[in-house]
Ligand binder design. Structure first.
Ligand SMILES: Cc1ncc(COP(=O)(O)O)c(C=O)c1O
Length: 437
């Protein structure tokens, strides 16, 4: 089976006319996979879809009805470009959980945080600029950045998140080379795709480095309220309000169907951000903003969030147990304390992208690690999500995946004379990645 991810077709009559920023765009592997992996016989450990079936639909129905009954005409009307002021206040309350003392006046509501990633890139990036980002990084952010023809420069992660020494070296090198770094993109909590969290002790150092090199920080935090054992440390934005744009999202703590995200920007950026948002779509949906406002202002959302966390915690446990039981030696993986994802590393000679067709034939899907890098790294890594499939399917999916890896290792041994014993851990890998299983 071959899987093609290219969007540009030789017979496309418009292919010479596309703008440079979209010419080289390729369909995300995640999207291409959804088509194949959504077949019922395939266990998909690929997509990062929240488990919306766990929401209390009777209560959600009440909220929808209340919005129509009490503010129907306004809720079906255009709204201000910055977003519903009531919702912005509620979002400010949510951010207090992460130590942020922001004002609703500095919040801009967006169509999911994905739109905020696009708008911030549009505000700051010219072709040839540099964005520094974790390696690996959220694939949707990489595709938003790619439209602006920037160079993404990856800084490695370990079990404690972004490596500040590597960040310092990267920023120094880029400065020496005369490159313009427009921002540092980071997902500090329960990282997508790596599952790790930036340690409290590293946060000040990362911020200090960004300030020293005159680099804005773009903190993307859709998973921060999904900690299983404890809450993550205070947000970067809480520690440096003047140099951090904070992105939040209701997609994982409520539902993605409303498409509500937001940016909390330093006051100096607010007017420009609103102008860019209005140029993009005039305003976010008044209706879904009203629903979100009422959900967080008047309903027991904390109970729902607790239930969601419990669903995901159980699935995380099942995945980690299954990996420990089934997957052959030589494979390592992260141990998330929240969020949706496990990042696994195969022995270096295995290629996760090449292995995917076999995996799908064995009725299990994952996302090959290369999708999370802009520069071709990640070949022997893969992302596994535990958020959507029920526990027994996760167990079965990991069992199938383990079988595929076993076969690949056997084949590599037979063809290439690889050692019969699994390879010793690779000491050159970043500290921490190897010892987590
Ligand atoms: C790290 C990260 N940022 C942003 C998004 C976009 O989320 P949304 O646009 O639904 O708010 C996602 C979605 O998976 C994500 O994982």
């Amino acid at each position: 089976m071959t899987l093609s991810f290219k969007v540009m077709r030789a017979d496309d009559p418009f292919r010479d006319r596309y703008a440079r920023g979209t010419r080289s765009m390729t369909a995300s592997e995640i999207r291409a996979l959804f088509a194949v992996a959504s077949r019922p016989e395939v266990v998909s450990l690929a997509g990062g879809m929240p488990f919306t079936a766990a929401l209390p639909f009777d209560v959600v129905g009440d909220v929808l009805q209340e919005v129509v009954a009490t503010e129907g005409p306004a809720a079906l009307q255009y709204a201000g470009g910055q977003g519903d002021p009531r919702l912005r206040e509620v979002l400010t309350d949510l951010m207090r959980h992460e130590g942020i003392r922001g004002s609703g006046g500095d919040v801009v509501v967006t169509e999911g945080s994905q739109q905020a990633l696009d708008l911030i890139s549009r505000m700051f990036c010219d072709p040839g600029d540099v964005i520094v980002a974790e390696g690996p990084s959220y694939v949707g952010a990489l595709s938003a950045f790619s439209q602006y023809q920037v160079d993404v420069c990856h800084v490695p992660l370990d079990d404690d998140g972004l490596d500040p020494d590597a960040l310092a070296a990267t920023l120094e090198r880029l400065e020496r080379d005369g490159r313009r770094v427009k921002f540092l993109y980071t997902v500090p909590n329960f990282h997508n795709p790596a599952g790790v969290t930036l340690a409290a002790g590293r946060r000040e150092r990362v911020l200090e480095l960004a300030r020293r090199h005159n680099v804005l920080v773009l903190e993307d935090n859709p998973y921060g309220m999904l900690g299983f054992e404890s809450d993550p440390p205070d947000a970067l934005r809480a520690l440096d309000p003047d140099n951090v744009v904070y992105l939040g999202s209701l997609s994982k703590v409520f539902c993605p169907g409303l498409r509500i995200g937001w940016a909390l920007v330093p006051p100096a950026l607010r007017e420009r951000m609103i102008l860019v948002k209005e140029a993009a779509d005039l305003c976010s949906s008044s209706f879904t903003q009203a629903v979100a406002y009422r959900w967080f202002a008047n309903y027991p959302w904390r109970e729902t969030l607790k239930d969601l966390r419990e669903v995901y915690r159980e699935r995380r446990d099942v995945m980690l147990d299954a990996l420990a039981e089934d997957v052959p030696a030589g494979v390592t993986w992260t141990k998330p304390t929240g969020g949706f994802y496990v990042w696994a590393r195969l022995p270096d000679h295995l290629d996760a992208r090449a292995m995917l067709a076999k995996a799908i034939t064995a009725r299990v899907a994952y996302v090959p690690g290369g999708a999370f890098y802009a520069d071709g790294q990640g070949a022997s890594s893969l992302r596994l999500s535990y958020c959507f499939p029920p526990p027994d399917r996760i167990r079965e999916g990991v069992r199938r995946l383990a079988g595929v890896i076993d076969e690949e290792l056997e084949l590599a041994r037979a063809l290439g004379g690889l050692p019969l014993e699994p390879p010793a851990p690779d000491q050159s890998r970043p500290a921490g990645w190897g010892g987590v299983q």
